[in-house]
Design a binder for this molecule. Structure first.
Ligand code: SF4
Ligand code: SF4
Length: 134
């Protein structure tokens, strides 16, 4: 059976992919918003953590297209605030992994201005390339 995450005819639903990767039950979220209210990166996100989870609950397959999982700083503030014990940072990580597996790169060295490239710390660049490219 073909179980491609990309173009296969039996593509695994995004929610299932995410749940398998992060080992969290998306369905237990009851949208209290605690995760989002404590997120330090919220102002820079295009969808807050609880909104991403709601999208997964609704089966919206384009949820990997949002920038939020890439903006997430993996600070774990959301996970410790969740009354349902959902490890939200792992959900964010799973969304990144699914995106990368489907061939979505979010940055390339050629997209950074040369001047800026020379100023950025190399270790930060390497770490970011690892995180944001397939
Ligand atoms: S882990 Fe990510 S989503 Fe959660 S509070 Fe921190 S920055 Fe926000
Ligand atoms: S804190 Fe937990 S239950 Fe509340 S919205 Fe976030 S993930 Fe859902």
């Amino acid at each position: 059976m073909k179980t491609s995450m990309g173009s296969g005819s039996t593509r695994i639903p995004l929610r299932q992919q995410v749940e398998e990767l992060c080992e969290q039950s998306i369905g237990t979220c009851y949208q209290c918003g605690n995760c989002s209210s404590g997120c330090p990166m919220g102002p820079w996100m295009d969808a807050l953590p609880n909104q991403l989870i709601r999208r997964l609950q609704l089966g919206l397959e384009d949820t990997t297209r949002f920038a939020s999982p890439w903006v997430c700083a993996s600070c774990f503030a959301c996970g410790v605030r969740c009354p349902k014990g959902i490890d939200v940072p792992r959900v964010m990580e799973a969304l990144r992994v699914v995106g990368l597996r489907s061939g979505e790169d979010h940055i390339g060295p050629h997209t950074i201005e040369k001047k800026r490239l020379s100023q950025l710390p190399q270790i930060a660049l390497v770490a970011h390339m690892r995180k944001a490219t397939g």
